[in-house]
Design a protein around this ligand. Structure first.
Ligand code: SIN
Length: 529
């Protein structure tokens, strides 16, 4: 058993920001499933939404966020995150994060981008690779910090709670079992504070803009430990994922539409004007549903995003990653429209947490995408997530260090493996994994019905039993643990969706196509019984 002051699970903007601050107060274990830079943050193209211009105001950013959230945002949380944003952005810049600037006649100013649902230009960006810039800067600071032990290729298995250990006290997280992939052994880490910053669950769907690590591990672990999980029905589908035979999961940033890109169908016709007055810059749920409807109506496999009317030099300098990636796939976006489809992108629900990241389990904080704190409601406003990650990391740090947390005195038992044999049929794991992702895509996608959701629920129950059987009978591996988490998170999405008999934000069902404020203007909260 190894002791730390803080265990941080996950290495995106939220986990890294927390770890850097916490390291000034104690020893930090930074546990990350693959390489530290394998995170959703590193893939974020668009940028960070933040009020940084005199032409903008906190009230406008708050209003845009509430509008996108379709009546389910918690206004106090929105207000706090929006108003504390500039201070956190200033800290990021002080650490060395670069954001693009432009000439303004007297010198330079931040070059603020625009995205769907924003009434002002307020997206700070570094070309089209903002997340990578933030991730690399934070990682360079982490690497140099003597109080942080980074544990790459380590996957958290489960939390150790006082409840599971049989103590008659408020259920508290006191440690974590962590699989070291290189040795196959499970280590026991103990700390009074554990911070969950493991991101979302895009891989639960067949098509996603997320990296392979996004398997919903944090939500699944917190659920098993008895934490409240909320609003998992609200999965955001990004409208424009590249549709290409060999380039998978590649996002074409909403910033392309912010800079004037238009959506057209295979016949070259623009269609967003028939769906919403904000056209291509309507909130994401609306654009994704419009594309889905257009594809179903025409029978085409994709629609197209056209930015060819902009000067080629502008496209290459503003969107170098998108330009180069598409060119690598034989597509010159300065002269050809980009084939795109919607794909799972962001989990708006998650482990229920307050504005400081505190969850329903003592000692466990949840920050960033894994958390459901009320910022996003039924639909996240574009580029609010990096902002959320950095603001809530700071608040969780302040909360966790405000009162002195005594060291945990409880002896934690060593991990006892369910089985001693290696998994004999890897093919079953990959088959189950594919089946979950396909059935989620087919039955729990952009447009839902009760019948499809029920069908998904039944199949997931069977898959759950199969996976549990594997879990108890074989040695754990990262693949098996991810599968176990995927089936849990998929079931949570379905259970939450079945409970919401209305359409709101990202949850749209043909059986209840209207929003029903009298019955459903509330979060969907679930706890394991
Ligand atoms: C994008 O660049 O379109 C993604 C930004 C986001 O998801 O907030």
């Amino acid at each position: 058993m190894r002791d730390f002051d803080f265990i941080v699970l996950g290495s995106g903007i939220a986990g890294l920001s927390f770890a850097l601050k916490a390291a000034e107060k104690g020893r930090v274990a930074l546990v990350t499933k693959r390489a530290p830079s394998d995170s959703n943050t590193a893939w974020a193209q668009g940028g960070v939404a933040c009020v940084m211009s005199d032409e903008d105001s906190f009230e406008l950013h708050i209003r845009d966020t509430l509008e996108a959230g379709a009546g389910l945002c918690h206004e106090d949380v929105v207000r706090t995150i929006v108003t504390e944003g500039p201070a956190r952005i200033t800290e990021l810049m002080a650490l060395g994060v670069h954001f693009d600037h432009r000439e303004n006649g007297h010198g330079t100013e931040l070059d603020l981008g625009r995205e769907g649902g924003h009434s002002k230009r307020r997206i700070l960006h570094f070309q089209d690779a903002t997340g990578r810039e933030i991730e690399n800067t934070l990682l360079s600071k982490i690497a140099a910090h003597p109080s942080i032990e980074t544990m790459p290729n380590h996957m958290a298995v489960d939390f150790i709670t006082t409840g599971k250990l049989g103590y008659a006290m408020e259920n508290s997280v006191v440690g974590t079992y962590v699989l070291d992939e290189s040795t196959g052994t499970v280590e026991t880490l103990r700390a009074p504070v554990t911070v969950l910053a493991t991101g979302g669950c895009g891989k639960v769907y067949l098509y996603t803009t997320n990296p392979d690590v996004a398997t919903g591990d944090g939500v699944a672990m917190a659920w098993r430990a008895g934490a409240v999980v909320a609003n998992m029905e609200f999965i955001q589908f990004h409208p424009t994922c590249l549709y290409h035979p060999s380039i998978k999961s590649f996002l074409v940033s909403e910033a392309v539409r912010g800079e004037g890109g238009i959506l057209i169908n295979a016949r070259g016709r623009r269609f967003m004007e028939f769906h919403n007055p904000q056209k291509e810059l309507a909130p994401r749920d609306i654009v994704a549903r419009a594309i889905d409807a257009e594809m179903k109506r025409s029978g085409e496999k994709c629609v197209y995003l056209d930015i060819t009317h902009k000067p080629a030099d502008f496209i290459k300098s503003r969107f170098p990653t998108i330009y180069e990636t598409c060119l690598g796939g034989g597509l010159d976006i300065t002269s050809q429209p980009i084939p795109v489809v919607p794909a799972a992108h962001y989990q708006c629900g998650g482990v229920k947490a307050d504005i400081n990241g505190e969850t329903s389990l003592r000692g466990l904080f949840a920050i960033g995408e894994v958390a459901c704190n009320g910022l996003h409601g039924a639909n996240r406003l574009a580029s609010n997530s990096l902002l959320e990650g950095v603001v809530t990391a700071h608040r969780a740090f302040e909360k966790a260090t405000r009162n002195h947390k005594p060291k945990i005195e409880i002896d934690l038992p060593e991990w006892r493996s369910g089985g001693v044999q290696d998994v004999d049929e890897l093919v079953v794991i990959s088959h189950n994994w594919e089946e979950i992702r396909r059935l989620m895509w087919d039955y729990v996608g952009i447009v839902r019905t009760d019948k499809r959701l029920q069908r998904a629920a039944t199949r997931l129950r069977n898959l759950h039993a199969e996976v549990q059987d594997f879990y108890w009978n074989f040695k754990v591996t990262t693949d098996l643990l991810e599968l176990r988490n995927l089936v849990t998170v998929a079931s949570l999405v379905v259970d939450c969706a079945l409970g919401r008999k209305e359409s709101r934000g990202l949850h749209f069902t043909l059986d209840y196509p209207e929003r029903d404020d009298t019955r459903f203007q509330r979060d969907t909260a679930l706890r394991r019984i």
